[in-house]
Write a new protein. Sequence first.
Lengths: 114, 115
Amino acid sequence: QKEVEQNSGPLSVPEGAIASLNCTYSDRGSQSFFWYRQYSGKSPELIMFIYSNGDKEDGRFTAQLNKASQYVSLLIRDSQPSDSATYLCAVYLVSMEYGNKLVFGAGTILRVKS
Amino acid sequence: DARVTQTPRHKVTEMGQEVTMRCQPILGHNTVFWYRQTMMQGLELLAYFRNRAPLDDSGMPKDRFSAEMPDATLATLKIQPSEPRDSAVYFCASGLGEAGGYEQYFGPGTRLTVT
């Protein structure tokens, strides 16, 4: 089982709709969760992070975390064509042997159609 | 405008040749990461440094890959000899302190093609 799993998509939504991106993780001890966005041919950039169960809102983006279910999601309200990108879920793993590190999921491709 | 820089941006080489990729982290950042991204495997951590000391290179094929930080402004990733399966985009990222472990700033990447 991969440490971080995402549906590869593509997820297609019409402009103005809510896009829902999901991610599950295997390490029950994980405490910190991140969403990176990567446009085609570009490098990943951090857009959201969440540490506590529940919702965290930032503009049109809402991150949701459920540690009991080992599930984290990203909602994008009022989706725009400019939101079309690959969204990478990342989990911060703590390792006594190797130090802390981010483990990325394979990413979900989002396409917003105008 | 502080950013991570990487050189070269593109590299095409023949199997068996040595490849060296360079990264200049954001000034003041003390954690540096090397990632490899392919369609099949996604984004994989190869190695990372904190205060120039290697912390984890478990993701890197040791027989052909090596990563170093000769000084705080330069990180290198070397492949010798290169193989077609090394074809990928290699990203360098940097961060600051404990938060640098997750709030990472990525460079533009080096697209490597090994024929």
